[in-house]
Design a protein around this ligand. Sequence first.
Ligand SMILES: *Cc1c(COP(=O)(O)O)cnc(C)c1O
Length: 216
Amino acid sequence: MRLVAEAVAERLDLVRTRMARAGGEDVTVVAVTKGFGPEALRVAGQLGLRDVGENYVQEAMAKIDALGPAAGDLRLHLIGQLQRNKVRAVAGRVALYQSVDRASLVDELASRDPGAAVLVQLNLSGEDQKGGCPPDTAPALVDRARAAGLEVRGLMGVGPAGAPEAARPGFRLLVALADDLGLPVRSIGMTADLEVAVEEGSTMVRIGRALFGPRS
Ligand SMILES: *Cc1c(COP(=O)(O)O)cnc(C)c1O
């Protein structure tokens, strides 16, 4: 346990160094704890990383419940594709829904978790299975979410697999769109492409492996 915390602390230093070299100040680090046990969330909290990202509703809820009061300071971000029928199970327990990508999900959130804070996810890779809406449909989705009373804070995107540089055009597009829409949060950048994301104007990176090591 102690060992884990120390290793993660060292890795966090490396992540912060990488971000600083890329020119990132005031970039929020969301610690992505999927695939790791509740202790990963506890360690994140101990290191001052209050924002934790999970992909799956059941996994997230099980860990939060296992942590008990220790989870109290954490802010849960849902970053994976979200099925409508899972919203009821998490309503009121999510600090930021990062993967809002279709009208039906907007409507479900608005009715089950009124006023929830959300990011609209753009599909930057053209791969359907990664989720996200086509970028040209994002303005209408943002409008719909706002009209439904959700608090739209920004946009989220996942870069394509492969060389980090390949993510740059999509990140640039996302930031330009966020500017147009007056949205402050730009959630781009993961372990592999955080420098490119920060260079392009990320305000929030979602980091798993660079903090916790490889996922099994
Ligand atoms: C898993 C995941 C991450 C973190 O990825 P790493 O490569 O471990 O940093 C970030 N965002 C989303 C949407 C993910 O699914």
